[in-house]
Every structure is written in structure tokens, then in C-alpha cells.
Design a protein around this ligand. Structure first.
Ligand SMILES: Nc1nc2c(ncn2[C@@H]2O[C@H](COP(=O)(O)OP(=O)(O)OP(=O)(O)O)[C@@H](O)[C@H]2O)c(=O)[nH]1
Length: 260
């Protein structure tokens, strides 16, 4: 392969053919001033082609390097976006992304929020060590991630608190999901340490389209507190997160869900 062309077809094929014919004419012709001028012309022509090849080769290499840099930049942007959106330990959506995505879902329709908080997690860390604690967190993350399907999602709100968000108007669907998660979390112990007992407290809340996520979360968090307060390893259900002060006015686009 001609190193000048870097695998591309020779751009100077036509010029080279002309040059070959000129060289042949020069070699065969009589020794005249005309032949001498032709020789000079051939020399100059060859020099220009060499120079052009050098310039093209250089720009080809520059283009190649630019393409490689572009691919790398794209990979780095994707990695950065992923890191920005996900929790480093569990690979679930992180708190900010979860809130953002939940707000987006709430603009489209009703949403159920399931909050999960591992019970006495500090004791797990203290008794079995931080790496086992991490294993419990990643195990729980895997467990809840497999329960939700797109466009629903699971995320880590921080520490040992997680959430599942599903677009539904049916709170029973969310309760079933919470029960499955609770059951799955209890079974996690077999994949971690001998004798380790893992339970979580959960809350289930549902809100209509347009309801502010902040209020939905506060409501879910209050319910989670009650689940902890009432003995842990239980699910607290909020049939409607609309406090009287939040009750929709005639002008509001949202409507209160009915207790099921
Ligand atoms: N291993 C591990 N521990 C974490 C991580 N993030 C937070 N923690 C620990 O989680 C524990 C949370 O403890 P607490 O807030 O007291 O809650 P708890 O012990 O679960 O008690 P209750 O929620 O009341 O049942 C703290 O000991 C934190 O250090 C983490 O990424 N990995």
C-alpha cells in the first residue's frame, strides 16, 4: 500500500499517466532545448505531486485522529451521563434523576410511589462490616430493579432508602409490587451472610396526574416513618396523598383519587 494514500485510491492516477508519457517522450527525444525544458517541467511536476501527496496524507491523518478523538469524546460523554444519572454502588437511578423522572411521569399521568428503607441497617454494618452492608444494598437494588418495568423505574434515594416509581392509577398494583419487594428483601439473607436477617419498611402512595412529586414524597416519607414506628418489616399504605389543603380547586387540572 502506498503510504501516501493511506489505503485510499490514488488521487493522482491521471497526472501520473501524463507524467509517465512525458518521461517516456523525454527519454526517447533528441537532445534539444525543448527536451531540456521538458525535463525541467517533469521535475517540477513530480515535486508538486509529491508535495500534494504529503499535504493530503497529513490531512488524512488529522481527520483520522479527529475521528478517534470524536469517538472517545462520545464514549466519555456517555460514561459521564451515566455516572451523573446513576448511583455508583447500586447502579440504580440516583436521587436527583429519580426525582426528575418521577416529576416527568407525573406530568403524563397518575403515579404510584413505593418507598423502601432497610430496617436496622446500621446494625448490619456494625455486626457484619461495611462490605456486607454494601452487598445487601446491591442485592436489594437488583431485587427491586427486576420488579419494575419501563416506563416505571427504581432508584436509590440515599443511604439505605430506595424507591420504585410506577405510572399507574391502580394502587393495588403498587401494593402487590411492594409485597413482592418486601418478600424478595427477606430472601436476600441467603445470598449474603449466614444468619443475617434483612427486612425493610415500605410505604405505598399514589397521586393523580399533575400532583407535585415533592408532596407525594413527603406523604410517602411520613408513611414510611409510621411503618418504622409501628414495628418495621411492614407496608404502610396511603390511599390518597391529598391533604385537605391540597384538595383540588375547580380550576386545578388534577382530581383526587378515591380510596379503593
Ligand atoms: N454499607 C453501607 N452503609 C451505608 C451506606 N450509606 C449509608 N450507610 C449506613 O446506613 C446506616 C443507616 O443507619 P440509620 O439511619 O440509623 O438507620 P437504620 O439503622 O437502618 O435504622 P432504621 O432505619 O430506623 O431501621 C448508617 O450506619 C450509614 O452509615 C452505604 O453506601 N454502604
Amino acid at each position: 500500500m502506498d503510504p501516501h494514500t493511506l489505503g485510499h485510491p490514488d488521487l493522482f492516477e491521471r497526472e501520473k499517466a501524463v507524467l509517465d508519457r512525458a518521461v517516456a517522450a523525454h527519454n526517447q527525444g533528441p537532445d534539444t532545448p525543448h527536451r531540456e525544458a521538458l525535463g525541467e517541467l517533469i521535475g517540477e511536476f513530480e515535486r508538486v505531486i509529491r508535495e500534494m501527496r504529503r499535504v493530503i496524507g497529513h490531512s488524512d491523518r488529522t481527520e483520522l485522529e479527529l475521528n478517534i478523538a470524536n469517538v472517545r469524546l462520545r464514549e466519555l460523554t456517555e460514561a459521564l451521563t451515566y455516572q451523573n444519572r446513576h448511583d455508583g454502588l447500586t447502579r440504580l437511578l440516583n436521587r436527583n434523576t429519580l426525582i426528575h423522572e418521577a416529576e416527568r411521569l407525573l406530568m403524563q399521568g397518575p403515579v404510584a410511589l413505593i418507598l423502601l428503607d432497610i430496617d436496622h441497617f446500621k446494625q448490619i454494618n456494625d455486626r457484619y462490616g461495611h462490605p456486607v452492608g454494601d452487598k445487601v444494598l446491591t442485592g436489594l437494588a437488583t431485587e427491586i430493579a427486576k420488579l419494575v418495568t419501563y416506563p416505571g423505574f427504581a432508584g436509590r434515594l440515599g443511604g439505605e432508602e430506595f424507591a420504585m416509581v410506577i405510572p399507574t392509577a391502580d394502587i393495588r398494583q403498587a401494593i402487590i409490587l411492594a409485597e413482592e419487594a418486601s418478600h424478595g428483601i427477606r430472601n436476600l439473607r441467603s445470598s449474603t451472610e449466614e444468619g443475617l436477617r434483612i427486612t425493610a419498611s415500605l410505604s405505598v402512595t399514589i397521586a393523580p396526574k399533575g400532583f407535585p412529586f415533592e408532596k407525594l414524597y413527603l406523604c410517602g416519607d411520613d408513611a414510611l416513618y409510621r411503618a418504622k414506628h409501628n414495628g418495621r418489616d411492614r407496608i404502610e399504605i396511603v390511599w390518597s396523598p391529598l391533604a385537605p389543603m391540597d384538595a383540588p380547586k375547580a380550576s386545578d387540572p388534577v382530581s383526587a383519587p378515591q380510596p379503593q
